[in-house]
Design a protein around this ligand. Structure first.
Ligand code: NAX
Ligand code: K
Length: 501
């Protein structure tokens, strides 16, 4: 069994891949073996998480997820724990594995009741074995019976540690979105863990998945999955790039940040956003960073960033630069975008640049044409920006983040970083990646500009676009994960830390 930490990459398997792996494994093993392994793994983790538990309350659903819970119940009962199973299946309509496990739990002498038979304390354990990958998908889901939801609410509100079997019940395997009706009103009261069985599912790591699943564990049930079936990958750290002694500032690429509309145009000075991106590029290791503020935007004298080279936009040699365009560009960015799209060989498009493209069909055509010239482009939308580009709602993007990122890739032929909890990186011909680092402290103004600058630096230093996107997103999140508790995370400090491990 493995605790999933962000320090190593993992393949992720969607519902179809998991079912295929399950079927081929089950075919080569004696009946009920996988469920028995799953139940034993669940009981072992429960005991490790709650070593002093006197009581366990296990809510078991009508399918094989419930079967895993029943198997675990028998083990915990034999270990001397007072186990109560609240079983929601119906006799005679059970899959064979779960039927077998029901009998084993009964034979072991487990208590069956509607609620725990003794009051639970913080030392005890609750197990959610209501629904796993068999949850009816997306909009097809029938509304869950109200008493199921009441039980899930009770599990989450209990003072005991909560262990979810395979998935938190109601979380969708492939998307990490809650099925209709299942989203909790409040997060779990005590520590929450999820034991993924057989495979890690993408839904555990993006959208609502990270909040819902808590700490994720994996037990492969001794089945070696065929990695070619992976539908996505959880990224890990990139190997540190070695810098040769015989190198110079030109060896690590030139990044140009284009953005930062001045105060004069609309009474909104947005130079700070461009400055944050430029500072992040500089600290993330770019050899030279050029800053082209739009519409006569000017850096305040007090800013003090002598390494940044200011340029008029017209003076930029776009063909030779890694261009980061958008950050604080306001309305002015639309005026430079035709030239940027037509001439920049490597281009990161963020924020206002994405909004300008979303509202202009000619710019969209120019963006799509870049791929036919084999010019690299990386888009870094948050869900609302992605929705504008796709002509749908932000809710539709969040309902299937992997699919939304892939649609942007197909439409514009570029790499797409869809930001948000569990950022998705998708690229032409690539298995999409989900980033495991980052936290809610990044939900503050300017952190997106910092990411765009870091991305420019990673790309300019020689990585290919997809790898640069994965490594910059990982590093950006890791900085936030390691931020000291007592120190406010402000974007300018994040930018300055952007090359620290
Ligand atoms: N069979 C096997 O080989 C293995 C199965 N495993 C477990 O089995 C799980 C999958 O089992 P199943 O395919 O039986 O599926 P589940 O047990 O996840 O759910 C299926 C049941 O839930 C009901 N249901 C689905 N959506 C509902 C909704 N919205 N409202 C009310 N009821 C709903 C279905 O009618 C069905 O009765 C995995 O997640 C894992 O926990 C593991 O034991 C590993 C091996
Ligand atoms: K579950």
């Amino acid at each position: 069994m493995l605790r999933i930490r962000p320090d190593s990459p993992h393949p992720l398997y969607d519902l179809a891949a998991t079912r295929a792996i399950e079927h081929s494994a089950a075919a080569s093993l004696p009946p009920h073996t996988l469920m028995q392994r799953a139940g034993l793994a669940t009981a072992r983790l429960a005991r490790a998480l709650a070593p002093h538990a006197r009581a366990a309350w296990i809510v078991c659903g009508p399918g094989n997820n419930g079967g895993d819970g029943l198997e675990a119940a028998a083990h915990l009962h034999r270990a001397g724990i007072r186990v109560t199973v609240t079983w929601l299946g119906s006799e005679g309509r059970l899959p064979p594995d779960a039927q077998h496990s029901l009998q084993r739990a009964r034979d072991a002498g487990v208590d069956f009741a509607d609620a725990p038979t003794i009051a639970l304390t913080a030392a005890d354990i609750c197990i959610d074995a209501l629904l796993g990958i068999g949850l009816a998908p997306g909009g097809a889901a029938r509304p869950p019976p109200p008493h199921w939801l009441a039980l899930l609410a009770q599990l989450r509100a209990a003072p005991a540690c909560l262990l979810c079997v395979d998935l938190p019940s109601g979380l969708q395997t492939d998307t990490g979105a809650w099925a209709a009706g299942f989203a909790p009103d409040a997060p779990a009261q005590a520590a929450c863990h999820t034991l993924a069985l057989l495979t890690l599912k993408p839904g555990l790591f993006t959208a609502q998945g990270r909040d819902a699943a808590g700490t994720v564990w994996l037990d492969t049930l001794d089945v070696l999955a065929d990695e070619s079936l992976a539908s996505a990958r959880l990224t890990g750290p990139s190997p540190a790039a070695q810098r040769a002694h015989a190198s110079h500032k030109g060896s690590y690429g030139d990044v140009a940040v284009v953005g930062g509309e001045g105060l004069a145009r609309r009474g909104m000075g947005m130079e700070g956003a461009a400055l944050l991106a430029a500072s992040a590029a500089l600290h993330a290791g770019a050899g030279r960073v050029l800053l082209a503020l739009l519409d006569d935007g000017a850096l305040p004298a007090a800013v003090g960033a002598p390494e940044l080279m200011q340029r008029r936009f017209e003076a930029l040699d776009l063909e030779a630069l890694t261009v980061v365009c958008g950050c604080g560009g306001g309305e002015s960015v639309a005026e430079v975008l035709p030239a940027v799209l037509a001439r920049a060989a490597r281009l990161v498009l963020d924020a206002d640049a994405l909004n300008a493209i979303a509202s202009d069909a000619a710019l969209q055509t120019a963006l799509a044409e870049r791929a036919t010239r084999r010019w690299g482009t990386i888009l870094t939308p948050h869900p609302l920006e992605a929705a504008r580009l796709l002509g749908c709602s932000a809710q539709a993007v969040q309902a299937d983040r992997l699919a939304a990122a892939q649609r942007l890739v197909q439409r514009f032929g570029c790499v797409c970083v869809l930001k948000g909890s569990g950022s998705v990186v998708a690229g032409p011909g690539r298995v999409p990646a989900i980033n495991p680092t980052g936290n809610a402290r990044l939900a503050t103004a300017g952190t997106g500009d910092v990411l765009a600058g870091m991305l420019g630096a990673h790309w300019a230093a020689g990585k290919e676009s997809f790898a640069a996107a994965c490594s910059a997103v990982y590093q950006h999140g890791r900085l936030a994960d390691r931020w000291s508790e007592g120190q406010a995370l402000v974007a300018s400090a994040l930018a300055k830390a952007s090359n620290f491990d």
